[in-house]
Design a protein around this ligand. Structure first.
Ligand SMILES: Cc1cc2nc3c(=O)[nH]c(=O)nc-3n(C[C@H](O)[C@H](O)[C@H](O)COP(=O)(O)O)c2cc1C
Length: 186
């Protein structure tokens, strides 16, 4: 079984990328295959609602995002980490989410994958819960199965993440929950 991690930060080697590597390491130790998508390495153009994907798995925008979509399609579990930007997810992550419309219209291709989310802000209460909620909205609209951290909504982190002991615990509990649910399905 494969878990794919997405970092929604445009910043290379920032908190979100380190968190995705951290959770994928845990998943690897538990025997999962892993894949990662760092949006700092891609330039995902926004959806233009051109309509080409209506009824078929085809996108008119040729910017390499199809490779990311294939990784998502092949995953059993997807864990998404976003920076909080003005109380919500990054524009880079939203652009990717909108481009996944082709996977929905192309046959609900993310349906029943297990999803989990992490949000990282500079403030203690900077909008992490709202950011998780918008990531969960994307997962719900794809018919995914959403897990939190076993008590609340997922990973809630104040940067720098490695100094946020409480936040790090929610990150660990979130990847543990994702792995547990995938193991139950297997
Ligand atoms: C445009 C912008 C808006 C931001 N808005 C918020 C915010 O609303 N709440 C918050 O806690 N942090 C906010 N931040 C701080 C980022 O969330 C923080 O630097 C980021 O999570 C660090 O992740 P990274 O190191 O992976 O980029 C903002 C940063 C930027 C650049």
């Amino acid at each position: 079984m494969k878990i794919v991690g997405i970092s929604g930060s445009p910043k290379k080697n920032g908190n979100n990328e380190k968190i995705i590597d951290y959770v994928l390491d845990i998943a690897k130790q538990k025997g999962f295959l892993t894949g990662r998508i760092f949006l700092s390495e891609h330039n995902v153009s926004p959806c233009t609602d051109c309509g080409v994907c209506k009824g078929k798995k085809e996108c008119s925008i040729k910017d390499g995002t199809d490779k990311i979509l294939t990784l998502l399609e092949d995953a059993d579990g997807i864990i998404v980490s976003s920076p909080v930007y003005f109380g919500s997810m990054s524009a880079q992550l939203k652009a990717l989410f909108d481009r996944t419309l082709v996977l929905r219209r192309g046959g609900s291709l993310l349906k029943n994958k297990v999803g989990a989310a992490i949000a990282v802000g500079n403030s203690r209460n900077g909008g992490q819960e709202k950011t998780l909620s918008t990531i969960h909205d994307w997962m719900n609209i794809h018919g995914m199965i959403i897990v939190g951290d076993g008590s609340h909504f997922g990973g809630i982190v104040k940067s720098p993440f490695d100094e946020d002991e409480v936040g790090l615990r929610t990150v660990k509990e979130t990847i543990y929950k994702l792995c547990d649910v995938l193991e139950m399905i297997r």
